[in-house]
Design a protein around this ligand. Structure first.
Ligand code: FES
Length: 177
């Protein structure tokens, strides 16, 4: 895939998710500058180096999808209710036991960053769907909660977490833990 194709693919995906996740007026207005900011340059794509994402335009409750090293990644701005739902779970009862606190950065529980590939066979799950309002995989019915933890198979494990960090309160850096 050329760098141009990557940029085009990213552009389509973010627009698609932006309009699907938030049907409010103003999404388009914030989407375009946001897209321009997050498109990595050709050298960054070629090197597979870290990419930065401006978090400010991502509204609470919204999920966006970006690409890093050719793999899709969800960045979810969780609501207080979504965080509470993820935290109150009985971890011991989970298929792949992991507390929510182990899946987010300290003090930044509103941001969940996970690979957007179902751990069954790699389909891209649909956000804000399923019994746990996390993700639903349309391929074979796996479900994930608002922490990206698998709650219903056939997926065997939680959505993996890529290396990432924050630069201040409003910038995500994917590729640097
Ligand atoms: S690929 Fe998701 S359930 Fe099979």
């Amino acid at each position: 895939m050329t760098s141009h194709e990557v940029a085009q693919s990213t552009r389509r995906d973010i627009l698609q998710l932006g309009t699907a996740a938030v049907a409010a007026a103003g999404v388009a207005a914030v989407a375009w500058p946001f897209i321009d900011q997050m498109n990595p340059d050709a050298a960054t794509i070629a090197s597979g180096g870290p990419i930065e994402l401006d978090l400010a335009p991502i509204a609470q409750g919204q999920i966006v999808r970006i690409f890093w090293r050719g793999k899709p990644i969800f960045v979810r701005h969780r609501t207080p209710d979504e965080i509470a739902a993820a935290e109150k779970v009985d971890v011991a009862a989970l298929m792949d036991p992991q507390p929510d606190s182990a899946r987010v950065k300290p003090g930044m529980a509103q941001w969940l960053v996970v690979y957007a590939s179902c751990t069954h066979l790699g389909c891209i799950p649909l956000g804000h769907q399923g019994d746990w309002n996390g993700w639903f995989c349309p391929c074979h019915g796996s479900q994930y909660d608002t922490s990206g933890r698998v709650r219903k198979g056939p997926a065997p494990t939680n959505l993996p977490i890529p290396p990432y960090s924050f630069a201040g309160d409003a910038k995500l850096v994917v590729g640097v833990a």
